[in-house]
Design a protein around this ligand. Structure first.
Ligand code: PEP
Ligand code: MG
Length: 580
């Protein structure tokens, strides 16, 4: 067997080695035949039974969800249950059997094709991902109709290395992903999917190495092929020669050793060799992630992306009480360390369910604070919930995507109104809660005096700062190669931000992806940043880097980088920084 390598989009870090287990979509294999008039009702009943059984299967997955399962999983299961009970799926195929006499499988795929074609007309990314949900629900019903197994095989009596399997599929539903936890499956590879797809989010939560968007991997890879997933590089090596397999086993073992060793740094302070203390904070998406932040000894939460409480809920937005509980749980879990809660950042690749508009450039549209200011009741509800949580520990309020002075004013007026409402209701909150701005639009970075005058702190969102400065849609794979976090324009904007905050005497942090990139730690600290917020999984590695560097030795090289507009010089000098 000849070895070959496939490239995809890495969604979850790590190395996985195992044999391929192909999950074929049942839809491709259905039988097509006409049933006689006298058999029509029996065929209708067969499909109804399969629909009911699919619903029972979903209920069972629900019931078996471990207590610590990420809450978005429940939301995915809900979406699938809703599809199952929708007349478009529950009724229309029955009519096809009755009127056209198609067998149950044929009637179902006929209707699914109609539904999928309707989704194809829609430009919206989020809704396209719902298309995958429909296909997954159809797959589940078809497997029940054709009697093929929906449960993934178990592996007993095989030696451990051979038992490790990697799922290869066109796409995998988040509900089926649940069966991966504590199973023989160590990774997954899919033809479809994107970085922001739900399945990708779940794989990150479960910490399973995965590469998606592989095109036709499920056709090229054969059952039982040996596979290596390198989800740092986003590649899958098919049928690797023994020498490569051995090399990756060593790399994998090394990664595990490093990870284990790093846990010793959990309680150590992040202090550079020259004695400068650096604050390392965690980015979290859900209250249950506070546990991971504590596990790595984060000094607090630098970014709680609150929109994850709002997404995938079929128009059922969380109430003030529900939000308050989520924020309070997080604040209490962080045991007195500060929690920075970012207000709802929906829009672009994170739309709410109901935002089914097909705006041409959603990243430039009604996103984040723009959305909140257009929906004052929704915003006030969130502000009250966050303020109430501030009575239980240190909370900071972070506002995303500000660019105009009047947006700052309107936001502050809304916070004042929320405070007033709570006071009238006699509800407690911290009257001194700090309010800060995300600096993630070039206009904000170029008008910092406007921000430092009115706000208590700044936090740089490098993911969006890069998207908007370089004009590349961060969700569009076609322009992903233009992403450049050390483009001179980005470095200038970062430097301006840290200088302006220092001059004004207000704290500044970075909470975008650059903060967790170990290749950039020396550069960012050399520029003057002292607070970095990142996914918990990266924190200890960054802490080790902080402890190994001497800021005084970096100064001259960082100055040279900031003076340069030559990408090659910048790249060379950043490499040099690693050796100092
Ligand atoms: C950013 O833009 O860098 C950021 C931290 O926010 P998000 O990735 O949620 O847009
Ligand atoms: Mg952002």
């Amino acid at each position: 067997m000849i070895s070959f390598t496939l490239q995809g989009i890495p969604v979850s870090r790590g190395i996985a080695i195992g044999r391929a287990h192909l999950l074929h979509p049942a839809a491709l294999e259905v039988q097509h035949y006409l049933v006689g008039q006298e058999q029509v009702e029996a065929e209708v009943l067969r499909l109804q039974n399969a629909l009911a059984a699919a619903d029972r299967e979903l209920q069972k997955v629900w019931a078996d969800l471990p207590a610590d399962a990420p809450s978005e999983l429940g939301a995915f299961l809900d979406v699938h249950s809703l599809f199952l009970s929708d007349p478009m799926l529950a009724q229309a195929p029955l009519e096809i059997i009755r009127t056209r006499h198609y067998n149950a499988e044929w009637a179902l795929v006929t209707q699914i094709d109609v539904l999928l074609a309707q989704f194809d007309e829609i430009e919206d990314d989020y809704l396209r991902e719902r298309k995958a949900d429909i296909a997954q629900v159809a797959d589940r019903i078809l497997k029940l109709l054709t009697g093929s197994a929906t449960v993934l095989p178990s592996h007993t009596g095989v030696d451990e290395q051979n038992a490790h399997m990697i799922v290869v599929a066109r796409d995998i539903s988040p509900a089926d992903m649940m069966q991966f936890q504590n199973s023989a499956f160590v990774g997954f590879v899919t033809d479809e999917g994107s970085h922001s797809a739900h399945t990708a989010i779940v794989s990150r939560s479960l910490g399973i190495p995965a590469v998606v968007g592989m095109g036709n991997a499920s056709e090229l890879i054969k059952q039982d092929d040996w596979l290596i997933i390198d989800s740092v590089a986003g590649v899958v090596i098919v049928a690797p020669p023994q020498i490569v397999l051995d090399e990756y086993r060593d790399k994998q073992a090394e990664l595990q050793r490093i990870r284990k060793k790093l846990t010793r740094l959990k309680k150590t302070s992040a202090v550079t060799k020259d004695g400068t203390t650096i604050t390392l904070l965690a980015n979290i998406e859900l209250p249950e992630h506070a546990h991971a932040a504590n596990e790595v000894g984060a000094s607090g939460v630098g970014l709680f992306r609150s929109e994850f409480l709002f997404m995938g809920r079929n128009n059922m937005l969380p109430t003030e009480e529900e939000q308050f509980e989520a924020y309070k749980t997080t604040v209490v879990a962080m045991k007195g360390r500060p929690v920075t809660i970012r207000t709802l950042d929906v829009g672009a690749d994170k739309p709410l369910d109901e935002s089914d508009n097909s705006t041409l450039n959603p990243a430039l549209g009604l996103r984040a604070i723009r959305y909140c200011l257009a929906e004052p009741q929704l915003f006030l509800t969130q502000l009250r919930a966050i303020l109430r949580a501030s009575a239980f520990g240190e909370v900071q309020l972070l506002i995303p995507m500000l660019s105009h002075s009047f947006e700052i004013d309107q936001t502050l007026a809304m916070v004042a109104q929320a405070r007033q409402q709570l006071t009238q209701l006699g509800q407690a909150f911290d009257p001194k809660m700090k309010i800060g701005a995300m600096i993630e639009i070039p206009a904000a970075a170029l008008s910092l005096p406007m921000f430092v005058k009115k706000l208590d702190f700044l936090s740089v969102g490098t993911n969006d700062l890069i998207q908007y400065t370089l004009a590349i849609d961060r969700a569009d794979y076609a322009v992903a190669h233009l992403y450049d976090d050390v483009h001179p324009a980005i470095l200038q904007l970062l430097h301006m931000t840290v200088k302006a905050a220092d001059k004004a005497g207000i704290p500044v942090s970075i909470c975008g992806g650059m903060a967790g990139d170990i290749k950039l730690t020396r550069l960012l600290l050399g520029m003057g940043f002292r607070v970095l917020s990142m996914p918990p999984a990266q924190l200890l590695e960054i802490k080790q880097e902080v402890m190994n560097l001497d800021l005084l030795q970096l100064n001259a090289t960082v100055k040279k980088i900031l003076r340069s507009y030559d990408p090659e010089v910048i790249a060379d000098e950043i490499r040099l920084l690693q050796t100092l």
